[in-house]
Design a protein around this ligand. Structure first.
Ligand code: UD1
Ligand code: UDP
Length: 379
């Protein structure tokens, strides 16, 4: 058996890597060891609980209010020890987090080959998303195998000199996760739990529902102020519309959001939701306002218009398909874009036409097959 260490630690990495781990667990040629860095704690545990795949090793590294540098240093030190202990044949990382970049670097220092899932996304701007653009470039530079979700991501890698033979276009594993969860939801009557009690009434009536998430570092300060001002104006001018906002646990997000939006009756600030109720909420919503990466990939597949509160995106495919619009963080623009969707049925219909440029739900199987072939070939 060849040993693969899958290293991840935040909510989105876990959602996108659990289907890959499940595939590798089914392999009779690969022994998959899941190392949780726990860069996130509660939000990682929510995903582990849903997919029922506990880590083989949990480094438990999150500290409240962690800085990028101190988290990076902790990750590098502890991952080096974990790699020494585990001695894997390959390290598999995902995306663009501090965990991915430091796991890639720790593996590189030990000359262990790296496979990079969700490789090749770029904005071309190191300040947005910050620091993720750099994390993804660094991880890609260190990686031997690149699992690009789209042909556009593959082309970005080729343009940087990555050999085509080292790239596999797989689709995004988030669609694998979304399919699994959607199939579970189809068997539910009503909403899956746990759900905050205050949402009960508004989910079962026919009111318009705007779902919001936000957490990007480049939006800290001015950006979040603009977002919250926009949401406040929207809520006050449209009292019949309900705004549901599961607030990220980062204190740099939680504090301003609660301070600016805490006492508006049609704005529901709730803790982060488990993935199952969150997908149910996306399905129930009329539109999603977000700066999240993963939600830009999921919502188009669910036929939900997405207004992305960022200046740039490394996910241009849904933008091109017309289901996603970049609206930035200016309050007036946010209000106008939401109102247009609420009031213009033709515009709404155009944006909500389900399109899914991110995959067919079979990405994890492709990654497993590729890993089996390259790990056996390098015998
Ligand atoms: C991280 C990733 C970002 C990803 C996001 C997903 C980096 C640089 N950033 O950003 O790419 O989009 O996760 O959500 O890797 N916290 C908790 N409990 C949790 C999670 C977070 O209390 O379960 C709080 C802690 O105070 C923690 C802080 O949030 O210190 C920040 O977490 P961190 O992972 O450093 O950054 P994110 O903004 O979550
Ligand atoms: N998500 C969730 N619960 C929430 C908010 C988001 O399960 O309360 C899911 C969402 O469906 C997506 C992922 O978390 O799959 C996105 O995570 P996040 O926005 O934190 O990170 P990003 O994708 O921007 O890196």
């Amino acid at each position: 058996m060849k040993r693969v260490a899958a290293i991840f630690g935040t909510r989105p990495e876990a959602i996108k890597m659990m289907p890959v781990v499940a595939e590798l667990d089914r392999s009779d040629q690969i022994d998959c060891q899941f190392i949780a860095t726990a860069q996130h704690r509660e939000m990682l545990d929510q995903v582990i609980g849903l997919f029922e795949r506990p880590p083989n090793l949990d480094l438990n590294l999150m500290k409240p209010g962690q800085t990028l540098a101190e988290l990076s240093a902790r990750l590098l030190t502890h991952l080096d020890q974990a790699l020494e202990q585990l001695d894997p044949d390959l390290v598999l990382v995902h995306g663009d987090t501090t965990t991915s970049a430091m796991a890639g670097l720790a593996a590189f220092y030990r000359q262990i080959p790296v496979g990079h899932v969700e490789a090749g996304l770029r904005t071309g701007d190191l300040s947005a998303p910050f620091p993720e653009e750099f994390n993804r470039i660094l991880t890609g530079r260190l990686a031997r195998w690149h699992y690009a979700p789209t042909t556009g991501a593959r082309d970005n890698l080729v343009a940087e000199g990555t050999p085509l033979k080292n790239i596999l276009v797989t689709g995004n594993t988030v669609i694998d996760a979304l399919h699994q969860v959607s199939a579970r939801l189809d068997r539910y009557e009503g909403f899956p739990q746990p759900l905050p009690a205050e949402l009960g009434g508004i989910l079962s009536d026919s009111s318009r529902l705007v779902l919001v998430t936000g957490h990007r570092r480049e939006n800290f300060g001015q950006g979040f102020l603009g977002i919250c001002q926009g949401l406040k104006r929207l809520a006050q001018s449209q009292p019949q519309v309900n705004i549901v906002y599961p607030v990220h646990l980062n204190p740099r997000v939680k504090e301003p959001v609660h301070e600016l939006l805490g006492d508006i009756s049609n704005v529901y600030l709730i803790p982060p939701l488990d993935y199952l109720p969150f997908v149910a909420l996306m399905r129930r919503s009329d539109m999603v306002l977000t700066d999240s990466g993963g939600i830009q990939e999921e919502a188009p597949g669910l036929g939900k218009p997405v207004l992305v509160m960022r200046e740039k995106t490394e996910r241009p495919e849904a933008l091109a398909a017309g289901t996603v619009r970049l609206v930035g963080t200016d309050p007036e623009r946010i209000v106008n874009e939401v109102l247009q969707l609420l009031e213009d049925p033709r515009h709404y219909a155009q944006m909500s036409e389900a399109s899914n440029p991110y995959g067919d739900g079979l990405a994890s199987g492709r990654i497993r097959q590729h890993l089996e072939s390259v790990l056996i070939d390098t015998e």
